[in-house]
Design a protein around this ligand. Structure first.
Ligand code: GNR
Ligand code: NI
Length: 178
C-alpha cells in the first residue's frame, strides 16, 4: 500500500472524463487500496481516482473519515439509478483545499456499482453519504463542485483559492530549503 500525491486544481487531469474499469484484477485492487490509504491520510471522506491522476471510474468513500468502523465503501463504475428531493450541504474537496461552499444536490439516491471483488451491488444513500457519492461521481465525469456554484460565487471563490494556493506553494518551497 502507498500514499499517493493528491492533484490540485487547476490541473487538467481533474477535468477529464474517466474510463470504466473492464476487468477488476490485482492491479485495480492495489489502486483501490492506495486510494483508501491516501483518503484516510488526507482526512477526507472520499477520493476519486482522477485526484491521484488515474482516469478510471473508481471512488472510495467513508463519511466518518475512519472515525467509526464499517463505513468504508468502494465503488467501481458507479451509476445513479434513482434520485429524489434536494439537499444543500457545505462541500469541500481535497483537490481545492481551503474552499468550502454550499452545493445543492439530490437528497436521496440509489447507486449501482461493482465492489473491490468485481461483484455488483446497490446502495441507497441520504445525507452526507448521498452528497459525497454525487461529488465523487462528478469527479469521474471531470466535474468539480465549483461548477455547481453561480458564476459570480465561483469567480470570488477562485480568486481567494489562488491566493491560498500561492501560500501553500510558498510554504512548500520554504520547507524544501530547510
Ligand atoms: O473530504 C471531503 N469532504 C466533503 C465534504 C462535503 C462534501 C463532499 C466532500 S468530498 C471531500 C473529499 C474529496 O475531495 N473527494 O473528492
Ligand atoms: Ni473532491
Amino acid at each position: 500500500m502507498a500514499i499517493r500525491d493528491i492533484i490540485l486544481y487547476p490541473d487538467d487531469v481533474l477535468q477529464k472524463e474517466c474510463e470504466p474499469v473492464d476487468e477488476i484484477d490485482d492491479s485495480i485492487r492495489e489502486l483501490v487500496d492506495d486510494m483508501i490509504e491516501t483518503m484516510y491520510h488526507a482526512r477526507g471522506i472520499g477520493l476519486a481516482a482522477p485526484q491521484i491522476g488515474v482516469l478510471k471510474r473508481i471512488t472510495v468513500i467513508d463519511p466518518t473519515a475512519g472515525e467509526e468502523e464499517d463505513n468504508l465503501h468502494v465503488f467501481i463504475n458507479p451509476e445513479i439509478i434513482e434520485a429524489e428531493g434536494r439537499i444543500t450541504w457545505e462541500e469541500g474537496c481535497l483537490s481545492i483545499p481551503g474552499v468550502y461552499e454550499n452545493v445543492d444536490r439530490a437528497a436521496r439516491i440509489k447507486v449501482r456499482a461493482l465492489d473491490r471483488n468485481g461483484d455488483p451491488f446497490e446502495i441507497e444513500a441520504s445525507d452526507l453519504l448521498s452528497v459525497c457519492i454525487q461529488h465523487e461521481i462528478d469527479h469521474l465525469d471531470g466535474v468539480l463542485f465549483l461548477e455547481h456554484l453561480s458564476r459570480l460565487k465561483r469567480r470570488i471563490v477562485l480568486k481567494k483559492y489562488k491566493k491560498h494556493l500561492k501560500r501553500i506553494e510558498q510554504a512548500d518551497e520554504e520547507e524544501g530549503q530547510h
